[in-house]
Design a protein around this ligand. Structure first.
Ligand SMILES: CC(C)(COP(=O)(O)OP(=O)(O)OC[C@H]1O[C@@H](n2cnc3c(N)ncnc32)[C@H](O)[C@@H]1OP(=O)(O)O)[C@@H](O)C(=O)NCCC(=O)NCCS
Length: 264
């Protein structure tokens, strides 16, 4: 999935102070707990982490790799937010609480994105080059969510707290769970009918169970109404065979227990 430019172009000549004022304003927009500008400047350390990142990113782009990384580590010490100097952040990005946020080297974060504490925009550990996610505009990433790999999260998506997202997500979707799956798209509920859509190791088991239940239903339907109108005799499904042999075994052991009680 390709996203339209998710962040204002680096060449946008926005006055530095205007940009900082926008960032402060974004805190008031997103955080009902924010009261005064003084308090925001003193207590929302994520603002300082973002402003330090802008300096770091400039240093990184000018080849000062060590210096920028070193500063980023100090910023992490004070704020708990680790933003790699190579990451590209859009305007008015708001990191709430912040502790434990990690943003990887090739991540791209769109304008007006909100990120809560404990979020990782990371790699899967097996890719090279662009290996971190791209977040579109206005994306909200819930506390503790992990978005991994070179994937794209479309504009105005919402990622549920604690989700692990490994695949592209189209715009205006809400994704939750581990692994993340879409539950709302354009405001409408998305109902998963095929367990494979979740792409979870357990889905194979659920899919197999669902197939077995369908077989049993078909067999019982035929059992209750002759050939079920198809004229074809269905063979007893394997799971039912196993179940009936288990039952026979239980009955046999119960019978022998009864026999030993009565001394026969
Ligand atoms: C994902 C989120 C944005 C969805 O909000 P919403 O649009 O109001 O959607 P709903 O609450 O109606 O949830 C839709 C479905 O997803 C499920 N869901 C929502 N959030 C979930 C989550 N984090 N993990 C797993 N399932 C979740 C709901 O149970 C619901 O399922 P159901 O319809 O089968 O009952 C919200 O739940 C969320 O996680 N926000 C993050 C907030 C956060 O991190 N705050 C930290 C403050 S410090």
């Amino acid at each position: 999935m390709t996203l339209t430019q998710p962040y204002s172009k680096a060449g946008d000549s926005v006055n530095l102070f205007k940009r900082m004022a926008e960032d402060v304003h974004a805190v008031f927009e997103q955080d009902p707990a924010a009261r005064t500008v003084f308090e925001v400047l003193m207590c929302h350390w994520s603002l300082w982490a973002i402003w330090a990142h802008h300096v770091n990113h400039w240093l990184w782009r000018h080849g000062l790799y060590f210096t920028s990384r070193f500063i980023a580590q100090w910023v992490r010490l004070f704020t708990g937010i680790e933003i790699h100097p190579g990451a590209v952040l859009g305007r008015r990005v708001f990191i709430d609480h912040g502790m434990g946020v990690v943003i990887g080297e090739t991540a791209v974060v769109g304008d007006d994105v909100v990120i809560y504490q404990g979020v990782t925009l990371g790699g899967t550990g097996k890719e090279k080059g662009k290996r971190h996610p791209t977040l579109g505009q206005g994306v909200v990433v819930g506390a503790g969510a992990k978005i991994l790999g070179n994937i794209a999260i479309g504009d105005h998506c919402r990622v549920g707290a604690g989700s692990v997202v490994l695949r592209d997500i189209p715009s205006d979707s809400t994704v939750v769970g581990v692994p993340g799956h879409i539950v709302l798209r354009d405001g409408k509920r998305v109902v998963i009918t095929d367990p494979k859509q979740i792409n979870d190791p357990l889905s194979d088991v659920i899919a197999a169970l669902s197939d077995q239940i369908s077989d049993v239903k078909r067999y019982l339907h035929q059992y209750g109404s002759g050939s079920g109108g198809t004229g074809v005799e269905l063979e007893m499904p394997l799971c039912l065979k196993a179940f009936t042999s288990d039952c026979d075994e239980t009955e046999r052991s119960e019978d022998s227990a009864d026999d030993s009680e009565t001394g026969l």
